[in-house]
Design a protein around this ligand. Structure first.
Ligand code: NAD
Length: 480
């Protein structure tokens, strides 16, 4: 298919075919889009050598020149937004409008990081005459990055932009299921004139690649976005080799809806937010704790809007909810819904797979969710909207904090006192009040508890790619 790019590995500035791996499947119709190339041991050794050579060049490139090249890559990606979006919809399933927004959001991130990379200031610490203490922020070194299938362009972009803007080189292992996004991102950097070896892209056996790369002395930082179990495994590997790590793991987004908001408008905004990537988002709003006084109106409006959603192939501009990305998610939705209903939840909309070809599952609204339903405790990572009745803000906050996750949380209220309590008490990395945007390029994003550590985005995210060195310099004391 001409709109789907050729899949290759990028090592030392050259594209290479790698070994034949598994087919990449379109979740809308289960057709094959391409064949994934796998990196073998020799490819990985070459990628490491290339990244070490690239680091030597890049860390000595002036920050302003680095920024120029990175900004050029972002501009090229902006020009190619339609091609990149179509490839993303084909391999991942999300509606084409969402794919376009993701590519543009990736460009925002790349541009912000590129400019902020020129402002990675150090400090001079006041000292006695004849002494100067200078704190320098240096690029941390070669970065090993692992990105997931749900955001094929923006998740790799965050890692690549952070590393490159701080003066690091990077080996990116992008998702085997949605590889085209990373290929197109990397192509933009190649075309922008990035020196060879600064950005390397591999695919293959994830466990083989991570265990090889993380053990290498030259690799100085690990960054991973994905599930909690894999994150814990990679964090252990990083710890064994004394590497810092950025871990962006799962969430179970609580949404606290207070009794002073419009229940219908909030319910409709909630459903539309839940359609984003069919709920396969680590910051997806999932557990809705709605005040008793507006509960019934909220549930009815959510059910009506969910039932009216246009479900279909993401290439159709009219589609509001695309297919799930893979059959694992479909099986997970079926099992979580069956479990919730068996435990007494009330089905308000959706509930069953649509058709037999393509991985379609409707946005499913479940009310009166029991605490012990599996979906209330495991990250559903799909289009499930789970609603519970609460009678006070305190009860809602306690429920929001009850799980081992703490990534994004949301609240709807007009009361300053409620906002103060929510800001103080909700255990999460990102709290959004009266809207559903968890992060933008200039704000730090990340989790607490099992949702991980480290930040991506904002100044905080960029400094993760640096290491601090303090230089103390004694000089003769000038005569008075
Ligand atoms: P999974 O746990 O099998 O894989 C998750 C990702 O980790 C994949 O991209 C895989 O290639 C990678 N991976 C697995 N083992 C690895 C290893 N040893 N080294 C390096 N990478 C490795 O799960 P899945 O079926 O793909 O997704 C299921 C769950 O993952 C979801 O329910 C969700 O909780 C989570 N997830 C989270 C995010 C996120 O944005 N935080 C993204 C995708 C998936």
């Amino acid at each position: 298919m001409s709109s789907y790019p050729e899949l290759r590995l990028l090592i030392g500035g050259s594209w290479r075919p790698g070994r034949a791996g598994q087919p990449v499947v379109n979740p809308a119709d289960e057709s094959t889009l391409g064949l994934l190339p796998h990196a073998g041991p020799a490819d990985l050794a070459d990628a490491l050598a290339a990244a070490e050579a690239g680091l030597k060049v890049w860390r000595r490139t002036a920050p302003a020149e680095r920024a120029r090249i990175i900004l050029r890559a972002a501009a090229l990606l902006r020009e190619r937004v339609d091609d990149a979006a179509l490839a993303m919809t084909l391999e991942q399933g999300k509606p084409i409008g969402q794919s376009r927004l993701e590519v543009l959001r990736a460009c925002d991130i790349i541009e912000w990081d590129a400019n902020e990379g020129r402002r990675l200031y150090g400090r001079v610490i006041p000292a006695e005459p004849g002494m100067r203490h200078t704190v320098l922020r240096e690029p941390i070194g070669v970065v090993a990055a692992f990105s997931p299938w749900n955001f094929p362009v923006s998740s790799p972009a965050r890692k690549v932009a952070g590393a490159l803007s701080a003066g690091c080189s990077i080996i990116l292992k992008a998702s085997e299921e949605t590889p085209a996004g990373a290929v197109q991102l990397a192509q933009a950097f190649v075309d922008a004139g990035l020196p060879p070896g600064v950005l390397n892209l591999v695919f293959g056996d994830p466990a083989e690649i991570s265990s090889f790369l993380i053990a290498q002395p030259a690799v100085r930082l690990v960054t991973f976005t994905g599930s909690v179990p894999v994150g814990k495994h990679l964090a252990e590997l990083a710890g064994r080799h004394m590497k810092p790590a950025i871990m962006e793991l799962g969430g179970h987004g609580p949404v606290i809806v207070c009794d002073d908001v419009d229940p219908e408008a909030t319910a409709v905004a909630s459903v539309l937010s839940k359609t984003r990537n069919a709920g396969q988002v680590c910051v997806a709003p999932t557990r809705f704790f709605v005040h008793d006084r507006i509960y019934d109106r909220f549930v009815a409006a959510a059910g009506a809007r969910a039932a009216a959603l246009r479900v279909g192939d993401g290439r159709d501009e009219a589609t509001e909810l695309g297919p799930l990305a893979n059959p694992r998610r479909l099986a997970a939705m079926e099992s979580l819904v069956a479990d919730a209903l068996a435990r007494g939840a009330r089905l308000v909309a959706g509930g069953e797979r649509i058709g037999t070809k393509g991985y379609y599952f409707p946005l499913t609204v479940l009310a009166d969710m029991p605490d012990d339903a599996r979906a209330m405790n495991e990250e559903p990572f799909g289009p499930l909207m789970l609603i519970q009745r609460v009678r006070s803000l305190e009860e809602a906050i306690a429920k929001a904090n009850a799980l081992p996750f703490g990534l994004a949380a949301y609240a709807f209220t007009e009361s300053a006192a409620n906002v103060a309590a929510l800001s103080d008490e909700v255990a999460c990395g990102n709290l959004s009040i009266n809207h559903f945007v968890a992060s933008i390029a200039e704000t730090p994003f990340g989790g607490v508890k099992d949702s991980g550590y480290g930040r991506e985005g904002g100044t905080e995210g960029l400094t993760e790619y640096t290491v601090v060195k303090c230089v103390s310099h004694r000089t003769p004391v000038p005569r008075a």
